[in-house]
Design a protein around this ligand. Structure first.
Ligand code: G6P
Length: 369
């Protein structure tokens, strides 16, 4: 059946709005809330490999690489296994140190990205156990891995990836929780709490989508900017990278993502009254540090657009604009904080009259080197 845009002008916006449902689809049959059980066949049947892992290497490209970085935070935090993340194009040409008993996870929406497929084959040749996280069923990567889990986000048409990204993160959360439980690196209380929190994600994503009106107004103010900076810390640092990538891809505005504290080692030199800075400032471990970073930007007349939690007071007073999202455990927060960034990239590209679904020079699936 032909996929249609329905009431949406572009597939990208439709796919952004589908996320409460696609995340639910990713969780379906895997997160059993009343029983507090998470089950994924490809993990259960390779239980010993995951329990005994010393190191996991995650390999991907583009937006899937950003999901991989989030996976690094998730897996290290919940399983205490060391995780390395690599660009597939680099991994495949540098005689990587992986061998028997090592786990390599490959992440790909299309399952056809040439570099990721080549990296997979190399990892297998070196004797690693390769686990795939793909969206397209029966794709080349899905067919070549030792085991895997599909993301079940449904067909993604827009070149800029949105719902596949949140589906990848959802699978990584499930994976980290299952392995953490096997290895007893998370206690039952924490596990049960996170299962419950995970169940609340689709509803909270729905709520985060209601920021669209605020984002439209902010986009009207900044659509002529030439540069943007995106800052985040901890597990939201890769979200800052993803926010910057979305803006670059579809609006052709130069944007950089940075870990907030690293700003003083370079990007702060760029900050002046013409530099809008997106800051992910949700109220968690790094909150006070982030406030310090915001003050440094304000002192140089930069404009702050902050993503905050409902009820936030301090950042609200400092920022030029705030976007309020619901509260959630920090470890699950990328699933919520990325939503306004996706919407913002869309709105800016739309105002600038760009072809949102088919950005120049980019392909949905890069099947050549
Ligand atoms: C291309 C697409 C991106 C995607 C990347 C990796 O650059 O435009 O949206 O993130 O490839 O694709 P994959 O299908 O392997 O996730």
């Amino acid at each position: 059946k032909e996929i249609e845009k329905g009431k949406y002008k572009y597939f990208m916006l439709k796919e952004i709005y589908e996320q409460p449902k696609t995340i639910l689809d990713t969780l379906r049959g895997r997160l059993l809330i009343p029983e507090k059980i998470i089950y994924i066949d490809g993990i259960e049947s390779n239980k010993d490999i995951f329990i005994n892992a010393k190191c996991i290497t995650i390999v991907a490209c583009g937006t899937s690489w950003h999901a991989s970085l989030i996976g690094e935070y998730l897996l290290e935090e919940l399983t205490r296994i060391r995780v390395e993340v690599e660009y597939a194009s680099e991994f495949r040409y540098r005689n990587p140190i992986v061998g028997k008993k090592d786990i390599v996870i490959v992440i790909s929406q299309s399952g056809e990205t040439a570099d990721t497929l080549a990296a997979l084959k190399l990892a297998k040749k070196k004797g690693a156990f390769v686990f795939g996280i793909c969206n397209v069923v029966g794709s080349s990567i899905a067919r070549n891995v030792d085991a895997g889990a599909y993301t079940h986000a449904g067909p993604e048409i827009s070149v800029a990836s949105t719902k596949a990204f949140t589906a990848q993160i959802t699978v990584l959360v499930l994976l980290a929780l299952i392995i953490g439980k096997y290895r007893s690196t998370i206690n039952d209380r924490c596990y049960e709490f996170l299962c419950k929190e995970l169940g609340s994600i689709p509803g909270k994503v729905d709520y985060a989508l209601k920021t669209d009106d605020t984002i439209k107004k902010i986009s009207q103010v900044y659509h002529n900017a030439n540069h943007f900076l995106y800052l985040g810390r901890g597990i939201n640092f890769p979200v800052a990278l993803e926010g910057a990538l979305k803006l670059k891809e579809i609006s052709y505005i130069h944007a950089e993502g940075y870990p907030a504290a690293e700003m003083k080692h370079g990007p702060i030199a760029l900050v002046d009254e013409n530099m809008p800075v997106f800051v992910i400032a949700t109220k968690k471990g790094y909150y006070n540090k982030i406030i310090g970073n915001i003050q440094e930007i304000k002192a140089r007349k930069g404009k702050i657009i902050a993503i905050v939690n409902e009820g936030d007071i301090q950042v609200n007073m400092l920022a030029d604009h705030v976007i309020k999202i619901p509260n959630i455990s920090e470890i699950l927060s990328p699933l919520i904080t990325v939503i306004p960034l996706q919407l913002f990239a869309y709105q800016i590209a739309y105002i600038r009259g760009k072809n949102v679904d088919q950005p120049r020079n980019l392909a949905k699936s890069v099947t050549v080197e």
